[in-house]
Design a protein around this ligand. Structure first.
Ligand code: FES
Length: 77
């Protein structure tokens, strides 16, 4: 049997970050010390989580995915 369209494999999004937490992982930033751009990881593979360390490039190459960080830009006032 063949399937049309992209195929998806269900895996854990978070492979190993804070797996000892019983509930979901939530990061709070009351007053983030942002540089002009701060990149937050959305691939869950960064060793600096919750910040992006660029590992999503390797992850995307390996799995053919297209994930990337969320960029928060400091607003100039
Ligand atoms: Fe995860 Fe960049 S390392 S989005």
């Amino acid at each position: 049997m063949t399937m049309a369209g992209p195929t998806h494999v269900l895996v854990h999004v978070n492979p190993d970050i804070h797996k000892n937490h019983a509930d979901k992982i939530v990061d709070y930033f009351d007053k983030p010390n942002l540089t002009d751009f701060t990149a937050f990881c959305r691939c869950w593979r960064s060793r600096d989580f919750p910040y992006c360390n660029g590992f999503h490039h390797d992850y995307n190459k390996l799995l053919g995915d297209n994930v990337g960080p969320i960029l928060i830009r400091r607003k100039n006032v």
